[in-house]
Each structure stands twice: as structure tokens, then as C-alpha cells.
Ligand binder design. Structure first.
Ligand code: UDP
Ligand code: MG
Length: 321
């Protein structure tokens, strides 16, 4: 089970029947030429066309090819996650299955990863439509860089290389694969960027449209929140809650003084509503922060997950750590 490989190539495929063969034929000579021990992991993401039978045929003649077949379409992120779980290489390379990424870039990725933990491809001359793809992507990359502090030109490029321990520590959800560099940065990994070649899609259809923009935005909020507050949720909800409650308290206090000492009727005043609202919302926010604190403890203590990431332990008895 734990055979050693120098590197693994993980490729998700969803209804790519026309691309399977050309992809394999483009990939194979490049990988052989590296002279290293490798494996190819094709992940069939619940395709309804002939993608799977074709992959099976290839795996029969090529022992370096492994195929993971999903029961249904779980999405590209899940496909990467499965590939990461099964990959045995010291380095793991991911790429698209539609030949938009160029297999010829792989040897350069392998070289580049030497001094780093993660190398992210940058499709400098991206061959996709401008308005529906390149423009939203440019905005997204800028925003993700600003918000997460990990500035990359091209988060969306599937061609990436990882050291094994980076992906083995990752837990991916939803459509999070594009945020891996930002998430991995939490662990303190060294990230590099490498210009890669990009081709237009010649066969088959793209699986995404403009609606992805909204999803990316929502995922970004999640990533930012987890990055900053996943081990201290009260620090996020608490200050807003306190501010809201305090403001509500002063408003209510002011109204109470008016009512009690000056007999002014306050029943019809919008300010009363605001004061009550702020107090309730504030208390709820603090409550949410406290609930979050309990969740953090349940999560980390039930699964013995540390709240830190070690690079190594130096000194006596370090083996057992
Ligand atoms: N893909 C997948 N599951 C999905 C959607 C896409 O495995 O639910 C694969 C797809 O087959 C391709 C890669 O992910 O190999 C990138 O998809 P696509 O080319 O449609 O994205 P684009 O290049 O248009 O951003
Ligand atoms: Mg594509």
C-alpha cells in the first residue's frame, strides 16, 4: 500500500471522454522522460459518458495509472481531496483533465518545488474568454490576495505542485481547492509561483460559468474567517457584540431618563426599537462567540488536533513526537 513514488499526478475528470486519450498520450512521454518513479491518479468525478471505461482501459495497460471512481459527481475539490488521500508521491502535482494545462510544464514544476512547499502555476497567457472568465478571475485574484495576504496572480490555475506533507494536512470542503495556497499559508508553507502554458479548451465543455464568481466570494469570506478566528471565535463576535450591546444600553438609558424624570412618552419613538434591537443582537453575537469557543474545543480535543503546525522536533527523543 505504501509504495514509494517520487511524485504523483492527480487529475480530476468529469465527462471528458474526448480528452482522456489525448491527455494520457501527452502526459506519458513527459513523465517517462523525468526518469523518476511516478504514478498517475485519475479521479473520475461521477462522469456519465465514457470517461471511466476509457480510464480503466488505460490502467490495464499501464501499471503506473490508478483510477479513483466516484459514485456520483462530487465536484473538483472532492476529486483533488481523494487524489491527495491516495497519492503516494513525495511531491503531488495537480492539473486539469481537459489539456488546458500543458503536461510539458511538469518537469519545471518538479524543479521549482525543490526549495518550496507549494508551487502554483500562473497562466500568464490565459486562453479563456475575457468577459466571463479572465476578468472575474483577475478581480478574484486581487481580492483573495488582499484579504488572505497571500498574493498570487492566478489562484484558479489547477496546475500546482505540493510537497506531500502539505496536502496530507489539508482538509478541503465545498469548492475550496482554489484557496489551498491561502489555507496552506496558515501552516507556514513556502509558496512560489511559476509561469505556465495555457491552451484553449479544444474538446468537451467547460463545467463552470459566471455563477462561480459568487461562490468564490462566499468561500473567500469563509477562508478569511477561519484563517483569522478559527481558534478564537469570541474575538471575532465579541467586540461587535459588546459594541452593539453598549450602544443599545446607552440609547435605552437615555430614553429611560427622559421617561422617568421628564415624563416624555417614548412608546412611539424609533430610537426605542433601535436600542432594544442593539441589545438583543449584541447579546446574541456574544452568545455565538461563546458557542464558537465550545465548538473549537470539541473540534480540537475530540480529534486531538493541535492548534499549531510543527516543522520538526530537534533534540532527545524527538523520534516519537
Ligand atoms: N471537473 C471535475 N468535476 C466537476 C467539474 C470539473 O472533476 O464537477 C474537472 C474537469 O473535468 C476538468 C477540470 O475539473 O478536468 C477543470 O474543469 P473545467 O475545464 O470545466 O474548468 P475551467 O478550465 O473551464 O475553469
Ligand atoms: Mg478547463
Amino acid at each position: 500500500m505504501t509504495a514509494h513514488r517520487d511524485f504523483s499526478v492527480v487529475i480530476p475528470l468529469y465527462n471528458e471522454e474526448e480528452n482522456v486519450r489525448p491527455l494520457y498520450e501527452a502526459l506519458k512521454p513527459v513523465l517517462d522522460k523525468t526518469g523518476k518513479e511516478y504514478e498517475i491518479l485519475f479521479v473520475d468525478d461521477g462522469s456519465s459518458d465514457r470517461t471511466l471505461p476509457q480510464l480503466e482501459d488505460i490502467s490495464k495497460i499501464d501499471k503506473k495509472v490508478k483510477v479513483l471512481s466516484f459514485r456520483r459527481n462530487f465536484g473538483q475539490t472532492a476529486a483533488f481531496a481523494a487524489g491527495f488521500d491516495y497519492a503516494q508521491g513525495d511531491v503531488i502535482i495537480t492539473m486539469d483533465g481537459d489539456l488546458q494545462n500543458d503536461p510539458a510544464d511538469i518537469p519545471r514544476m518538479l524543479d521549482a518545488i525543490q526549495g518550496y512547499d507549494l508551487v502554483s502555476g500562473w497562466r500568464k497567457n490565459r486562453k479563456d474568454p475575457f468577459l466571463s472568465r479572465k476578468f472575474p478571475s483577475r478581480v478574484a485574484n486581487w481580492l483573495i490576495g488582499r484579504v488572505t495576504g497571500v498574493r498570487l496572480h492566478d489562484y484558479g490555475c489547477s496546475l500546482k505542485a505540493y510537497k506531500k506533507d502539505v496536502v496530507k494536512n489539508l482538509r478541503l470542503y465545498g469548492e475550496m481547492h482554489r484557496f489551498i495556497p491561502a489555507v496552506a499559508n496558515w501552516y507556514g508553507v513556502r509558496v512560489a509561483e511559476l509561469e505556465t502554458t495555457h491552451h484553449p479548451r479544444l474538446r468537451g465543455k467547460s463545467k463552470y460559468g459566471i455563477s462561480r464568481t459568487v461562490k468564490v466570494f462566499l468561500d473567500l469570506i469563509t477562508v478569511k474567517f477561519l484563517q483569522s478566528f478559527s481558534t478564537k471565535p469570541i474575538q471575532f463576535f465579541g467586540p461587535i457584540g459588546l459594541l452593539s450591546t453598549t450602544a443599545g444600553f446607552f440609547i435605552s438609558f437615555y430614553l429611560a431618563v427622559q421617561k422617568i424624570f421628564f415624563g416624555t412618552p417614548i412608546g412611539g419613538r424609533p430610537l426605542l426599537l433601535l436600542g432594544v434591537l442593539l441589545i438583543i443582537v449584541g447579546i446574541q453575537l456574544i452568545g455565538m462567540g461563546l458557542l464558537g469557543e465550545m465548538l473549537v474545543r470539541v473540534y480540537h480535543e475530540s480529534q486531538r488536533k493541535p492548534i499549531y503546525a510543527l516543522k520538526k522536533v530537534i533534540g532527545a527523543d524527538s523520534e516519537q513526537a
